[in-house]
Ligand binder design. Structure first.
Ligand code: IVH
Length: 665
């Protein structure tokens, strides 16, 4: 890095640091004037050296807290917070003081953004952030885009409902994938989304709400318990999590341990439980401090975020050549495991967060296996980290492909790419070859036994050599060789996604097979036909990028050679044809299945029936979908189906259809 570039990076990180102190921590360390000088200096340097200016420079993004963009709204009722406790003894004390014989509601503490919905005479008039509790930001326009928030209630009642806007892990993962993994977690994305300046952007984000409390401005004598508040909200169409429990204080320990067991199975972020007195008269008697009510406690689970320091940054080269930077951090204990590495996703993420070696950061583990850097508390002294220009494994100059946020090593013979392709091929989800794990592959690769996938199938003839040179016992070698033999039985639907073609994963393979491309030769033929791309694009579920990718790769000499060699090795390149009934009960129909079912577990069982009796299966709702089979907890697909007028069939109705046609389960 030359000195100008270095200076630019240092200035960027300084400015970010002071912005953070000013806007977020609200504890500026320098005067506005000093800040403006730094800003001006960076602007000037960038102007004179545009090649070193980063796209996310603080001079290009608005450094406001964005809260200023919204109108202020004086809450009608103070929006109080909760007193937290982390240890059970403390919680037990509180319950004993408050009355162990009393009833309590135990609910998930959802980790999203706190919102109050103001309905007047049945109309949603305002959606307001919690803000200071007294005054919040009026984010109504954004709130109105959230699909499960009713704009009109079925009755003309006035109600101020409190809730948490959140994003499910599933929706987050899907959304984040589209953006190259640049978002840290569903909570931050949800919180950021409701504060977006452009509500059409908020509308694109898969947000939802759970409401958990309400205030009725017109006295409502019938409501005496918190449970009735929840029921009333639910009756009015306000989404209430159905996982709350009303229990006697005596049962608290047992119930908490039940919730704890379920904690990693819920598909939305929760950071603890909220325990509330159920009797509203008792609540009133206890009252509140200026900060929090005396009738509720938050029982937080172990911290999922810890502070540490980045000691080094290195980067892995994936099988596709994608470079993933990762931070080596000072080891910290987080949610039961010691964390030594945290992913940094890509250069954009690094720039956006201002990450560098030496930085003090918060790392978090939220459902993912590898923790991620969540925020920079204090920038390092070496400026923002820049990925090198060359591949760390083979020295080839890295490239950015299309509009991707990632850098790639374009060298197909790059040793790290080759090794990772082999590891991918042998993985459990792919060809599932026993004995060929990461370490063993690395060992065989380095000893020159395997360089490419076909080499795996040549190991059989090298049994003696393997025993002699690879440092393995006879028994281990035989386990590996028999694992390799067994993989030849794997169906085409596993073989195709394992060879590592871009865009051709399990989902695309399934789509191809279902649409008659159940044999590799048919795919190769289709890829070389005139109008190949257009023809493939016609297939439901196949995007233009995938179609283009298929055409390109199945004409590529190297891919064809690989397929040919694997065919010769005895791998299956023809799918087992699924039998179909002559009874075409679902002929001409396209079914999507969502939610969970009592009689179809896993739900693929319902899908298989539909396909067996002539139907087509689709994985997402579109105008071409004719039916949605909706089980319990059907989420966004149900809403989309309603919107598009797709026929919605529940489990009972589906069973009746089958019964009428005399189909037995
Ligand atoms: S009740 C006065 N119930 O936690 C009672 N809050 O740390 C107020 N939260 O600002 C809150 N899930 O944003 C309540 N089931 C739940 C909750 C919940 C999440 C959030 C809420 C609140 C914060 C307090």
């Amino acid at each position: 890095m030359n000195s100008i570039e270095k200076e630019i990076r240092t200035l960027e990180s300084k400015i970010r640091h002071h912005q953070q102190l000013y806007y977020k921590a609200r504890k500026p360390e320098i005067s506005d004037k000093e800040f403006d000088l730094l800003f001006k200096k960076l602007q000037d340097l960038e102007k004179a050296n545009p090649e070193f200016a980063s796209v996310n420079s603080p001079t290009k993004v608005v450094g406001s807290d964005s809260d200023n963009e919204f109108h202020k709204y004086q809450h009608k009722v103070p929006v109080l917070s909760l007193e937290n406790t982390y240890n059970f003894a403390e919680l037990k004390d509180w319950i004993e003081k408050t009355g162990i014989e009393n009833e309590y509601s135990v609910e998930w503490k959802i980790d999203g953004a706190s919102i109050v919905l103001y309905y007047e005479k049945g109309e949603l008039v305002n959606g307001v952030s919690r803000g200071s509790g007294g005054i919040g930001d009026d984010v109504t326009e954004n709130i109105r885009t959230i699909r499960n928030i009713p704009l009109k209630l079925p009755e003309p009642v006035s109600i101020y409902a409190r809730g948490e806007v959140y994003m499910t892990f599933t929706d987050f993962a899907e959304f984040n994938e589209e953006f190259g993994g640049k978002y840290a977690n569903p909570r931050n994305l949800a919180a950021g989304s409701i504060k977006h300046k452009n509500s059409s952007q908020t509308a694109k984000r898969p947000l939802r709400i759970f409401t958990y409390d309400a205030y009725f401005p017109e006295p409502n004598k019938k409501i005496k318990y918190h449970s009735q508040i929840l029921e009333t909200m639910s009756d009015l169409g306000l989404p209430v999590s159905n996982e709350y429990k009303i229990i006697s204080g005596k049962k608290i320990e047992k119930v908490i341990s039940e919730f704890k067991k379920k904690k990693d199975k819920v598909d939305y972020p929760v950071d603890g439980l909220v325990i509330k007195l159920n009797d509203l008269a008792l609540r009133d008697a206890l009252g509140a401090t200026s900060h929090s009510p005396r009738w509720a406690r938050a029982f937080k689970f172990d911290a999922l975020m810890k502070e540490t320091r980045i000691v080094n940054i290195d980067y892995a080269v994936g099988r596709t050549g994608k470079i993933t930077p990762r931070a080596k951090v000072e080891p910290v204990l987080l949610a039961g495991t010691t964390v030594t590495y945290a992913t940094l996703h890509n250069q954009d993420f690094i720039d956006e967060m201002g990450i560098g070696i030496g930085a003090k950061v918060n790392v978090a583990k939220r459902g993912e296996i590898i923790p991620a850097v969540e925020e920079v508390i204090e920038p390092g002294n070496q400026g923002i980290f820049k990925l090198p220009e060359k591949c760390p494994a083979c020295g080839t100059v890295l490239l950015k492909v299309d509009e991707s946020v990632d850098f790639f090593c374009p060298n197909k013979k790059c040793p790290d790419r080759e090794k990772n392709s082999l590891i991918f091929f042998c993985q459990r989800k792919q060809m599932d070859i026993e004995g060929l794990g990461e370490k063993q592959i690395e060992n065989f690769y380095n000893a020159g036994f395997i360089r490419s996938i076909p080499d795996i199938y040549k190991l059989k003839s090298k049994r003696d050599e393997l025993i002699q040179t690879a440092g393995l016992g006879e028994k281990s070698v035989d386990i590996i060789l028999s694992g390799i033999e067994k993989s030849k039985e794997k169906d085409f639907k596993f073989v195709l996604p394992s060879i590592g073609l871009s865009e051709v994963g399990h989902k695309v393979t399934e789509i191809l097979i279902e649409n008659g491309f159940d044999d590799i030769d048919k795919i190769i033929e289709a890829a070389s036909a005139a109008n190949a791309r257009e023809n493939l694009e016609e297939i439901h579920g196949m995007g233009p990028r995938t179609a283009e990718s298929i055409v390109r790769q199945f004409q590529d000499r190297e891919t064809l050679k690989l397929i040919d060699e694997l065919k010769k090795a005895g791998l299956k390149f023809q799918a087992v044809r699924r039998q179909k009934s002559s009874l075409t009960l679902f002929g001409g129909q396209s079914w999507c299945v969502t939610g969970s079912f009592e009689n179809f577990q896993p739900r693929d069982k319902a899908m298989d029936l539909i396909v067996y009796y002539g139907g087509r299966k689709v994985t997402s709702i579109s105008t071409k979908t004719t039916h949605l089979l909706a089980g319990e907890n059907a989420g966004s697909k149900l809403e989309k189906a309603r919107e598009l007028g797709v026929l919605i069939v529940n489990e009972k109705e589906f069973l009746e259809i089958l019964k009428k046609a005399k189909i037995k389960l």
